[in-house]
Design a binder for this molecule. Structure first.
Ligand code: MG
Length: 245
């Protein structure tokens, strides 16, 4: 597996430059097998420790903006914030590198659509690397696109998704990529993730920024926001905090 990661990381600049994302068939980067085993688990509803930065206090979006820097326009109600279709992704005003990030999320209790159209959102580390949020409770899609996948890269070790309408937790330990001279990649980003207290990504080496079409390609960057995705479904978030590492 380590060799495969090395090969992909070495080839991605070549493949990345050679590909035409406009004409790339997105199905090529879908992996449908293996299907992670469903496990039943309870969310970790963790209070922020004393050294955490609180990114959502349940009352306002003062720590957030829209993608273009204008005020964030998601709905805030009953201690949660919810995607408002068409209002776009939101991202933190503050920029981060290595972090421990906790957040709680909930997909709609009313099931509409299927596959990628059901409770889709996502948590992007440094605005680039997506940990997928999806209603993957008895909902089939490609395995590297289900809840807990590092989208189109790493399939979760198990499917710890709870029922629609129930609060779920992600606890993420994220190491930012390191770049050297001329933007050369020295070490990739890494993600370890607990979904409802269960390890679903164990120090997974990220191949590059999340791509719907085509092969990921690292480009040097500095610190970045935490970004939450508007994928058109009313997914809610609450209790978002992080610790800088
Ligand atoms: Mg998504």
């Amino acid at each position: 597996m380590k060799n495969l990661v090395s090969i992909i990381l070495c080839l991605s600049p070549i493949l990345g430059h050679a590909q035409n994302r406009d004409t790339f068939d997105p199905r090529v980067t879908e992996l449908w097998d293996p299907k992670p085993k469903q496990v039943t688990a309870m969310p970790l509803l963790l209070a922020a420790p004393s050294d955490a930065i609180l990114l959502f206090n349940g009352k306002d979006l003062s720590e957030w903006t829209s993608g273009d820097g204008s005020p964030a326009q998601w709905e805030v109600k009953d201690g949660a914030m919810t995607v408002v279709k068409g209002k776009g992704d939101i991202k933190t005003k503050r920029l981060f590198g290595d972090v421990q990030l906790h957040l709680e999320w909930r997909t709609p209790v009313v099931i509409e659509s299927e596959g990628q159209g059901r409770g889709n959102s996502g948590v992007f580390l440094q605005e680039r690397y997506e940990l997928q949020v999806l209603d993957s409770y008895e909902n089939t899609t490609y395995s590297n696109g289900q809840a807990g996948s590092i989208y189109k890269q790493h399939i979760p070790l198990v499917n710890a998704t709870g029922k629609p309408g129930e609060w779920q937790s992600y606890d993420i330990i994220y190491t930012a990529p390191r770049f050297g001279d001329s933007g050369r990649l020295v070490t990739p980003a890494y993600m370890t993730v607990l979904h409802n207290g269960v390890v679903i990504q164990n120090h997974a080496a990220i191949w590059g920024p999340t791509e719907f079409k085509g092969v990921p390609l690292y480009l040097a960057h500095s610190k970045g926001s935490i970004k939450l995705q508007d994928h058109g479904n009313p997914v809610s978030y609450r209790n978002i905090w992080l610790r800088e590492l």
